[in-house]
Design a protein around this ligand. Structure first.
Ligand code: MN
Length: 325
């Protein structure tokens, strides 16, 4: 698992032990993420939005897609060719493998092992998200997530921007006993700041837990909180509910999150990999259709006409390919 790590977790700053006032969050909603095809037909697991965890439960997050882990055969890797976004942010975190990305403002690059691209679509942008030609040709391991973070109405028209959060920028801390690694990608955790800058208070953490590791993670009380198991298994929350790969949860109120990794593990799943998402709810109405997330239906209608008339940008001329339209 090439997501960024450290050779000796004991040398890292540690999470502080919870205080006597610690109130452990329970699981409020649990979902086994359904599988579906996205983009040009690549398989994803989507814990939310779902029947169990809707927009209101996920606020300020809109969507989480778990991409892989998949071992692509040659010719099999697919992506999401040119499409627009408006009104929110797309966050692409690649754990294994590489994704190539281009946009209508001439930006682009590679998102590789452990790196995150935090894109504020804001007023509107077109982009394409594809495996590299090499990955298509040779096949290989691919594993990542795409998270959509909502913007409040006052920020939906902000100009598009990128943050390329290379893996070496990620803030690494260890659990209290050194048996878990926490990668802070954005926001703040226990006084440690990650590289990603957010418009509203949001924290994104990827944790790796050794078998049997027990973590009680201090977590802001005001955050709505979602947990997703990327691989392995363990118990989560005050009632110690068993969660496995592909399951997600919305947590109830409290100021800590307790996770205990299973002691059973395998060569393919030597650790428990957990995504922790926290954010201050935005609490506004959501009108969403495909790649646009606004506050009202009229704004969605406007987004379609703005897109069709090229007001969100155009596909760069050299990028026109028979398969991209
Ligand atoms: Mn996209």
């Amino acid at each position: 698992m090439p997501a960024v790590t450290h050779p000796n977790w004991l040398e890292l700053p540690r999470l502080t032990a919870p205080t006597a006032q610690a109130l452990d969050r329970p699981i409020e909603r649990l979902v086994t993420a359904p599988s579906l095809l996205e983009g040009a037909g690549f398989p994803v697991r989507r814990p939310f939005p779902s029947h169990e965890i809707g927009f209101r439960n996920a606020d300020p997050f809109l969507l989480l897609d778990h991409l892989g882990a998949v071992e692509y055969a040659p010719g099999e890797a697919k992506g999401a060719p040119w499409h627009p976004h408006r009104g929110f942010e797309t966050v692409t975190y690649i754990i294994d493998g590489v994704m190539q990305h281009r946009d209508s403002q001439g930006g682009g690059g590679l998102i590789t092992n452990g790196a995150t691209q935090w894109m504020t679509a804001g007023s509107g942008i077109l982009h394409d998200e594809l495996p590299t030609e090499e990955l298509v040709r040779t096949g290989g391991l691919f594993h990542g997530i795409q998270l959509w973070v909502n913007l409040p109405s006052t920020l939906k028209w902000t100009p598009p921007r990128y943050q390329s959060l290379e893996s070496h920028y990620v803030t690494l801390i260890s659990s209290e006993h050194g048996d878990g690694l926490l990668r802070i990608i954005a926001g703040e955790l226990n006084g440690h700041k990650g590289p990603g800058v957010t418009w509203t208070p949001v924290t994104v953490v990827h944790a790796t837990l050794n078998p049997g590791a027990h973590l009680q993670i201090p977590w802001p009380q005001l955050f709505n909180t979602l947990i997703y198991i990327l691989s392995g298994s363990g118990t989560v929350g005050s009632a110690r509910v068993l969660m496995r790969e592909g399951q997600g949860a919305q947590m109830g109120p409290g100021n800590t999150i307790t996770i205990t990794a299973s002691t059973e593990c395998s060569d393919t799943n030597p650790t428990m990999e957990v995504l922790l998402l926290g954010g201050q709810p935005i609490g506004e109405p959501i009108a969403s259709y495909g790649p646009f997330v606004m506050n009202t239906h009229a704004e969605i209608v406007q987004a379609f006409s703005d897109y069709q008339e090229g007001r969100m940008g155009n596909v760069p001329a050299q990028e026109y390919r028979p398969d991209s339209l």
